[in-house]
Design a protein. Structure first.
Length: 168
């Protein structure tokens, strides 16, 4: 079975059909998706601004992580679930949308940035977490994160306003 056939099967599930055909289900799910992403972006911004030395300079990075990460993960989980539901409503079209693809490429880069930063945090956080201005590699990780999240937001917004050609 090729990918397009799998995508068609996804969008023809009862859930995909219900979301696509119900007049209010898609907007409700999309609203929850946007609200969840707002919490994700706000949480990420708090941490990234600290890493850049722009805000919360009097708070240690580990304290900010402890405060932000639980909310961030709950909101990210909600965004994942709602995004999956939205995808199921029109999987074939979304999968061929260049903005959708770009959004996921940026999310992959975010995961990579987080993993690289996490390896550095695990080794060196204790050394610099209270410094008003973190070391260069931490500032770079924060800046990269902010830029990538802005890209995810822009691409996500454009998904609904672009129609990618669907293969025959």
């Amino acid at each position: 079975m090729d990918l397009d056939a799998i995508l068609v099967r996804i969008q023809e599930t009862d859930i995909g059909t219900a979301i696509r055909e119900n007049g209010s289900l898609f907007p409700w799910i999309e609203s929850l998706h946007v609200l969840s992403l707002t919490v994700v972006l706000g949480s990420v911004a708090i941490l990234d601004f600290r890493l850049l030395g722009w805000a919360s300079r009097d708070r240690s990075v580990d304290k900010i992580l402890a405060d932000v990460l639980p909310r961030l993960w709950v909101a990210f989980g909600c965004a994942f679930v709602t995004g999956s539901l939205l995808f199921a409503s029109n999987a074939l079209t979304y999968a061929h949308n260049p903005f959708f693809r770009s959004k996921f490429a940026l999310l992959f880069l975010l995961a990579l940035n987080t993993a690289i930063f996490g390896r550095g945090v695990g080794r060196r956080l204790i050394e610099w977490q209270r410094a008003a201005t973190p070391p260069g590699w931490a500032r770079v990780a924060g800046a990269v994160s902010l830029v990538l999240w802005i890209g995810v937001t822009v691409c996500g917004r454009w998904i609904g306003f672009s129609r990618a050609p669907v293969p025959p």
